[in-house]
Ligand binder design. Sequence first.
Ligand SMILES: [Fe+2]
Length: 377
Amino acid sequence: MDATVEFSFPTRVVFGPGSVGGLGDLCADLGITRPLVITDPGLVAVGIPDRITAPLAAASLPHCVFHDIQGNPVERNVLDATQAFVDHGADGVIGLGGGSALDVAKAVRLRATHDLPLEEYDEYVEGWKKTHADVPPMIAIATTAGTGSEVGRAAVITLESTGRKTVLFGPHLMPNVAVLDAELTVGLPPTLTAWTGMDALTHSLEAYLSPNFHPFCDAVALHGLRLCFEFLPGAYENGSDTAARGMMLLASAMGATAFQKGLGATHSLAHPLSTLHGIHHGLANAVMLPTVLDYNEEAASRRLADVAHAIGAEGTAAESIATLSARVNIPGSLSELGITEADLPALAEEAILDGCHLTNPRKVTVDDMLDMYRATL
Ligand SMILES: [Fe+2]
């Protein structure tokens, strides 16, 4: 597909190669006259923000680019970006990037218009109840196909007062428009294409297996899974295949749409692998996924059969996922990522504290976490 198309579920999505060319019109739709573009240094190094600033300049919109943010964004990044927003006299934000830049952009909307300290908006203290709709408009432009942050309502920022990755969550943080332009993702190396793609797959899969009732999300999750199976190999093997790249962007947005239903134990096991050992989030999910599926089989056999049917599996869903992982060169064990038996107890202690497993189809204890890490070693 090479035309730009639009639909809403629930976010307005503008999809198509070259669709960032319409940014001037999108700003006009949202009443943005002085946008602040928030991105990261890695994208600046490869010139991606130029693709955004060119259409803004063509539309005569005075704009400013802020890129001083970290891979795992911290409160200082949000405060600095908010200062840039004020200094520019901005009236809207354009987040450009993977999860980090988009999360900072969302948090700037909060910081620029809400008076309480950021930790007051932590989801753990029901921060969403303190948010209001009067936030500057936001356009979210995804440069990776994985997190789906462009359609999400959460911003993950490490705050000084909490000392941990804090989830700022609220309906008003959801971007007004998500732009999915595959031309922005063609430079992503194969490893990151595979890892982020497996994150998108894990979102759809865990959402579908979550016991919460949400048939709309179930339908989106199953189709998101189909897209991952059909298009991840092509995006991995030929990075300039914008058709496959575009479908993976959709799969990513669909996974994030679906996981409002909840995630599962794979994410709880993956998070400490990232925080304690620096392993990429999508890679950590992909390596843990087959073990978690085995664990879930007795509690979710019918839903796993649905998944197998949806993806046209000849055997089980778990076998198909393992085959896909191998095809995109995901390692089959934690030891290949440098994890040893001695690391496992601390990982399990952290994993059980993570909230994602609360919607796993089978209850998980700290001993189960340890067993699953050990089974993946
Ligand atoms: Fe994830």
